[in-house]
Design a protein around this ligand. Structure first.
Ligand code: FMN
Ligand code: SF4
Ligand code: SF4
Length: 260
């Protein structure tokens, strides 16, 4: 069983490559979180994988919450123990020590040891920091991410052990400030360009936390659960939803694995 969380498809592409190579099932933590369904039924033994994007040199809050609240059980209701557990993160710029933070969380809340950690460099989607690169650069990065995903899939199939993620020194330093539990993401900064928004509701449909709601035909962001995946920006067909002012005019990005 491979549990994944993905805002714009990069992590889904990696999780899918591993699932295709190993015959494992996929579980979307975003969908499960939205339904507040934290029971994971999985056959005893076998492999358990977690795939997530790097957010602020740490794990996304939604992944933390899932790890805390999940109940891993066998189909006949017994406590589940994996034979082999791995994590794989995708990142757009440079990693920190999030793989270690994730492993500590999983041990603390589930008593599960992570046997191997991997990372795949993909396209950066943090639109309020960086614009999406040109089509050529995106194509080059995606080709190399696909190759890396295949390599990781081979290592997982061979039950490779060890943390293969080499933290960038700056990333490791930044992780010191962000690698903690109880991360909060404010919704105050989200807004919509009313003249561009066509009220299609896509932003609300794709939000994994139920933070975006359509009120009088326009999106409103509220509550305590935003995980800052930026799906509500990147999926908007009109580029109308914004994070502050800086995302206006920046190009939206979705991994082609999503078939959009
Ligand atoms: C809020 C936010 C924070 C991010 N922080 C980092 C980071 O600390 N380091 C990094 O290399 N990439 C960072 N990224 C980029 C994502 O990790 C990267 O684009 C990832 O592949 C996105 O995966 P997804 O398409 O499955 O959501 C960040 C993206 C977002 C939206
Ligand atoms: S996805 Fe974009 S156009 Fe559609 S409702 Fe949301 S902001 Fe408006
Ligand atoms: S409000 Fe936007 S950024 Fe926050 S969880 Fe929902 S889709 Fe992701």
């Amino acid at each position: 069983m491979i549990l994944y969380f993905s805002g714009t498809g990069n992590t889904y592409a990696v999780a899918k490559a591993i699932a295709d190579n190993t015959g494992e099932k996929l579980l979307d933590m975003g969908k499960a979180y939205r339904a507040r369904d934290f029971e994971v039924k999985v056959e005893q033994g076998g492999l358990l994988g977690f795939a997530f994007p790097t957010h602020r040199w740490s794990t996304p809050p939604l992944v933390d919450e899932f790890v805390k609240r999940a109940r891993f059980v066998t189909p006949d209701g017994k406590p589940y123990e994996p034979d082999y557990c791995f994590s794989v993160e995708t990142y757009g710029h440079f990693p920190g020590t999030e793989s270690g933070f994730f492993a500590k969380m999983l041990q603390k809340y589930q008593g599960i040891t992570v046997d191997a950690a991997f990372a795949v460099h993909s396209v950066g989607n943090c639109l309020y920091l960086f614009d999406t690169p040109s089509d050529d650069v995106v194509a080059r990065k995606l080709a190399s991410a696909d190759e890396a995903a295949e390599r990781v899939a081979g290592l997982v199939a061979a039950r490779h052990t060890g943390d293969t993620v080499s933290a960038n020194p700056l990333g490791a330093a930044l992780s010191l400030g962000t690698g903690h539990e109880g991360k909060k993401r404010s919704t105050k900064v989200y807004n919509v360009l009313a003249d561009k928004c066509v009220g299609c509701g896509t932003c609300a449909t794709v939000c994994p936390t139920g933070t975006v709601k359509l009120i009088n035909g326009k999106p409103v962001w509220s509550g305590e659960h935003c995980t800052e995946c930026l799906a509500c920006l990147h999926f908007c067909p009109q580029s109308a939803s914004q994070h502050g002012k800086v995302t206006e005019g920046r190009k939206r990005y979705l991994n082609p694995v999503l078939g959009k």
